[in-house]
Design a binder for this molecule. Structure first.
Ligand code: HEC
Length: 138
């Protein structure tokens, strides 16, 4: 009867098998979960930190065309053909701060995009240069 107090080799084998299986399953699901969250995290990060592509044509259309015309031919504001000869820095000075290369202050009708921003966000050099490139290409 004393034998009943001890595990038989069979019971020990069964218990070990159970433990080994549990560890394997745990490790497996841990690894799968890790891989999945790692992959998703990486994808979400690269999507949210990637800079939006800068498109001079659409920036011009939403911020400038209303006054300068769809083809920069002029409207409320003058045609922008003259700016083809301007450097990017001179163009940016006019668009951001309302000052022409000759040092003339543009009328207040022309927005100071350095203050108003573009599409509701602070204007970047890249955006202004892209608009300049678009206007020069017309
Ligand atoms: C609300 C109307 C309006 C909007 C919007 C506007 N402009 Fe103007 N812009 C003007 C007016 C008016 C002038 C002329 C001001 C003057 O001569 O004193 C002008 C002048 C300029 C000049 C100087 C041209 C020259 O011959 O000296 C440049 C360059 C210019 N705008 C670029 C832009 C760009 C680029 C955008 C968009 C990012 C833009 N403007 C948006 C009205 C506007």
């Amino acid at each position: 009867m004393q034998e009943d107090r001890f595990f038989t080799p069979r019971e020990i084998a069964a218990a070990l098998t159970f433990v080994v299986l549990a560890v394997l399953m745990g490790a497996g699901s841990y690894r799968t979960g890790f891989r999945m969250s790692g992959g998703n995290g990486g994808a979400a990060m690269s999507a949210s930190t990637a800079a939006a592509p800068v498109n001079g044509q659409s920036l011009y259309a939403t911020n400038c065309a209303g006054c300068h015309g769809a083809q920069a031919q002029g409207g409320v504001g003058p045609g922008l053909g003259i700016t083809k000869d301007w450097s990017d820095a001179a163009f940016a000075e006019a668009v951001l701060h309302g000052k022409t290369p000759e040092g003339r202050n543009l009328s207040p009708v022309m927005p100071r995009f350095g203050e108003t921003g573009l599409d509701g966000a602070p204007a970047t050099d890249e955006q202004i240069n892209a608009i300049h490139a678009f206007v020069k290409g017309l």
